[in-house]
Design a binder for this molecule. Structure first.
Ligand code: ATP
Length: 876
């Protein structure tokens, strides 16, 4: 039991060095021995289960029954085709599903947390699967604990262990404590366990167990599988699918009954009805949606946005407000101190006066109350802190040397609620408290006259107006120090040392992105912990805000009631000096006003607001694991422009899915109308069961997917955001489906009766004697209907590419997949019709050149109609 051993024993037992960590060679060896630090995968679905799941539907069973009946009565070719269609459909379904599944898995891999370990004396970040027993890991606030760890050094370290113990109150951990007896997990205070969360402070520990050997690993098998999340659209589609399914079955039953009472062949009618039901239900739709979503997500990754929760892709497209952090997201987070205010002097950083002796305490404090690493070779840590150490360096003070002389014996880490940081140092028998932080946080704690306060505030305002980030530095000497001293004791009656003003230039690309958001009806709101004046100055520069009244501070939010905030929130563009709780309030207020909110965050305390937002966006580089865990998407470059790119992608994905859906529905409707009207009018069936199944196969698969992959619409960011409640049939899409269903159905019927008219020799289509038609004429006419219906549908897919733009404007060749799908479809039809073996099996007639010209012309009507109506819309 590691927690009963002292740290030295643990490091000896695990053959590691707490200063330098394992060597890379040793780590590799151990990784090979014990395996990756992850839970063994749940059993994947086998191809066979996937296959069976595709077949496992009532309609397919009926279809199999129909094939059996056909075989039984000697219609072997029908039976074979039906089985073949079922097989092909199933195979395509399996391929689609496993592709979608694979894409989702890849995604999961991209979002696994990283761990900081010592290897070969260097501090490196590695994927947490590569952590091995004996590794020395370094943990700061907000990180997931990557393995089971015996702590060897702790500074105010607290861990939230709810994932393991159910207890959500953070537990204090202490490396120096050693247990004398066996204890339950919750009481092992010198241990930290895999997948729990460090909520405060920092620690160093030795990895004792990894993967399935960890405490959580032992119960991982019990945790069961994660539920797959469905997007709102997928849920809506499932509903729609049910309604369509019921509708299709009802229509098929009606067609069957009409046919039956008209005295038609019962088996024929049965086969036609079942095939129609199968064709009318867009059973491929869920898989197509998943594929389009998953591929869209891949494209987002290329644009630096990793989607953690699939539903977010869709919500992204409907975002109407983006609330963004300032530092690092809108700005470069490359801080440089340019001005200082010290001993009553306002100086620029290149002033030779900086090196004066009386300024030394000021620079010492800023370097000591600081966790950054700054040497010739290496700069690491918080950019604000790096800037301060760099400024001290310019003034002639080296952090490394100071750290040795002024031993740090206590610290209260920076947190964005308190907006300050305090350390206690021991130097030659004297004790110093060093403090740095936001001026608002430090002013109440310093000993100064009102006159001095006014002067300090004036300088701070001057710095802020120049968009500088202002930090105050203070200190005091205390006679002695003991661990029972509270922050109130340490942080009262401080002596003011000075102010630093640092620039953080805006990111170049952000201005254009903000302008693009405006164009796209999306509001940008800056939310920052920084000072109101500084924040506004940067917001103005970026084009987020124009007037100072568009900014509000956290304390103002506190003074407003919920309803007052709701009222004001729409006019505010900059929220400054906010704490993470304010962020939650802001999101709530915006959501009450029916806005769809994307909110960024990086800290431990940002998790609630990220969860509250419609789309939570975490920073991949600077963000904590907690923020990433709570977010829907993670930005790998922490850049605001990436959020906008993701919104654009989200809009495109939604549009493309909609295109596929409307295409499938209008085509299926065309098929239903063709048969329903013909049967109702007492005509022979224009299509046989296998014709219907075949058409369904060639149109429902390739063209529908190709539409889902349509290239991005360059105008998508010129439109207003879509309402999340909007149905896919909104904005005339329902009418569109109906209209083209009717048109395609009518064209097919027209091709059919024209064929009958011609090949029965009737004087006109109105004088065909439907009761007396030769088999040859019927097959000929059916072939014409078959070809018209399929090719009209294939061409119709082009209509879906844009609701407004003509094909020429969209670019006929921009979606090559679709062109290939159409070409393959037409080629297959030509093959079936012209090659004797096939036309025999499919009961088709070879068409003459005249027939071909006729059916091709009819098939082009939907495109011509659509192009004319788009031109009409553009002109009027
Ligand atoms: P954003 O919320 O846009 O990222 P931010 O980085 O300014 O902005 P916080 O990190 O919460 O927000 O910082 C809030 C304030 O706390 C800063 O304006 C600064 O005055 C102070 N501050 C920031 N970093 C430190 C630090 N390391 N030590 C002490 N005070 C700090």
């Amino acid at each position: 039991m590691w927690y009963t051993k002292d740290t030295e024993r643990v490091s000896i037992d695990l053959e590691t060095n707490t200063e330098t960590g394992l060597t890379n060679v040793e780590a590799k060896k151990r990784l090979d021995q014990v395996g990756a630090n992850e839970f063994s995968e749940h059993k994947k679905e086998s191809i066979f289960t996937l296959f069976f799941r595709q077949i496992n539907s009532l309609l397919i069973y009926i279809l199999i029954g129909a094939a059996l009946i056909s075989a039984f009565v000697g219609e072997y070719s029908d039976a074979i085709i039906i089985v073949l269609v079922i097989l092909l459909n199933t195979i395509i379904g399996v391929i689609q599903e496993s592709k979608a599944e694979k894409a989702l898995e890849e995604l999961k891999k991209m979002t696994t947390p990283k761990a900081i370990v010592k290897r070969d004396g260097m501090t490196v970040e590695i994927p947490s699967e590569h952590v091995v027993p004996g590794d020395i890991v370094i943990i700061d606030a907000g990180r997931f604990i990557p393995a089971d760890i015996r702590l060897i050094e702790t500074a105010n370290f607290q861990v939230e262990e709810s994932s393991l113990t159910g207890e959500s109150v953070p537990i204090d951990k202490n490396a120096d404590w050693v247990a004398a007896e066996e204890l339950p997990i919750a009481d092992q205070r010198n241990m930290a366990f895999m997948s729990t969360l460090s909520s405060y402070g920092r620690a160093i520990g030795i990895v004792v167990n990894t993967g399935m050997q960890t405490e959580i690993g032992k119960i991982a098998n019990l945790l069961g599988k994660q539920e797959k999340e469905q997007t709102p659209l997928q849920k809506k589609l499932a509903e729609l699918g049910k309604i369509l399914g019921i509708g299709a079955v009802i229509v098929s039953v009606i067609i069957f009954l009409i046919g039956y009472f008209q005295g038609r062949d019962v088996l024929d009618m049965f086969l036609i009805s079942v095939s129609l039901a199968v064709a009318a239900i867009p059973e491929g739709l869920p898989a197509i949606v998943t594929i389009v979503l998953a591929l869209g997500v891949q494209r987002m990754i290329e644009r630096q946005a990793v989607v953690r929760k699939l539903p977010a892709v869709e919500t992204l497209g409907a975002v109407s407000v983006i609330c963004s952090d300032k530092t690092g997201t809108l700005t470069q987070n490359k801080m440089t101190v340019t001005k200082v205010y010290v001993n009553g002097n306002y100086l620029s950083m290149n002033s030779p006066l900086l090196k004066q002796r009386e300024y030394s305490r000021f620079f010492e404090a800023m370097a000591l109350c600081n966790d950054a690493v700054f040497t010739e070779e290496e700069h690491s840590g918080d950019p604000t802190e790096i800037a301060l150490v760099a400024a001290a360096h310019v003034a002639g003070f080296e952090k490394q040397i100071l750290d040795k002389n002024y031993e740090r014996i206590f610290e209260i880490a920076f947190d964005s609620d308190r907006k300050m940081m305090t350390t206690v140092h021991h130097h030659g028998g004297r004790y110093f408290v060093m403090v740095k932080g936001a001026l608002e946080s430090i002013l109440p704690k310093i000993r100064v006259t009102t006159l001095e306060v006014d002067k300090i505030k004036n300088v701070a305002n001057e710095m802020s107006a120049e968009a500088l980030r202002v930090l105050a530095i203070a200190y005091k000497e205390i006679p002695t120090f003991d661990n029972s001293m509270t922050s109130e004791d340490l942080e009262k009656e401080l002596i003011f040392l000075g102010l630093t003003g640092m620039i953080d230039p805006p990111r170049e690309e952000v201005k254009a992105s903000i302008a693009q958001c405006k164009q796209a009806g999306i509001q940008t709101i800056m939310i920052t912990g920084d000072n109101q004046k500084t924040a506004f100055a940067i917001a103005k520069d970026l084009g987020i805000a124009n007037e100072e009244i568009e900014s509000m501070s956290g304390s103002e939010i506190d003074r407003l009631s919920e309803s007052e905030l709701c009222e004001k929130v729409n006019k505010i563009r900059v929220f400054a000096r906010v704490s993470p709780e304010h962020k939650v309030k802001i999101v709530k207020a915006l959501k009450t006003n029916e806005r769809i909110v994307a909110m960024t965050g990086d800290g431990v305390n940002d998790a609630p607001s990220l969860k509250q937002a419609d789309v939570g966006v975490a920073m991949g580089k600077g963000g904590t694991d907690v923020a990433k865990g709570a977010a829907d998407i993670v930005l790998t470059d922490d850049n605001f422009a990436t959020i906008v790119a993701a919104v654009e992608e989200g809009r495109n994905i939604y549009q493309n899915i909609k295109k596929s859906i409307l295409f499938l529905l209008s085509c299926n409707l065309g098929e239903i109308i063709t048969l329903f009207i013909a049967i109702l009018l007492g005509w022979p069936a224009p299509l046989s069961a296998i014709h219907i199944l075949w058409i369904n196969l060639i149109t429902d698969t390739l063209p529908a997917i190709s539409l889902g992959l349509d290239p991005d619409d360059p105008d998508v960011m010129d439109q207003q955001p879509r309402s999340i409640k909007e149905s896919i049939f909104a904005h005339g899409s329902g009418m569109f489906t109906l209209l083209y269903g009717l048109l395609i159905g009518s064209l097919t019927l027209f091709a059919f009766v024209t064929g009958l008219n011609y090949y029965t020799g009737a004087p006109s289509i109105f004088s065909i004697d439907f009761s007396n038609i030769s088999k040859d004429a019927l097959v000929h006419a059916q072939t014409m209907a078959f070809v018209t219906l399929s090719i009209a549908q294939l061409f119709h897919s082009l209509n879906l590419r844009s609701t407004k733009k003509s094909l020429r404007e969209v670019g006929l060749f921009t979606n090559k997949f679709l062109l290939v799908s159409i070409f393959v479809g037409i080629a297959l039809q030509a093959l079936l019709v012209n090659v004797p073996v096939f036309n025999d099996i499919f009961d088709l007639h070879i068409l003459s050149l005249k027939d071909w010209l006729f059916v091709l012309t009819l098939s082009l009507v939907p495109i011509i109609f659509s192009e004319l109506s788009k031109a009409w819309k553009r002109i009027f």
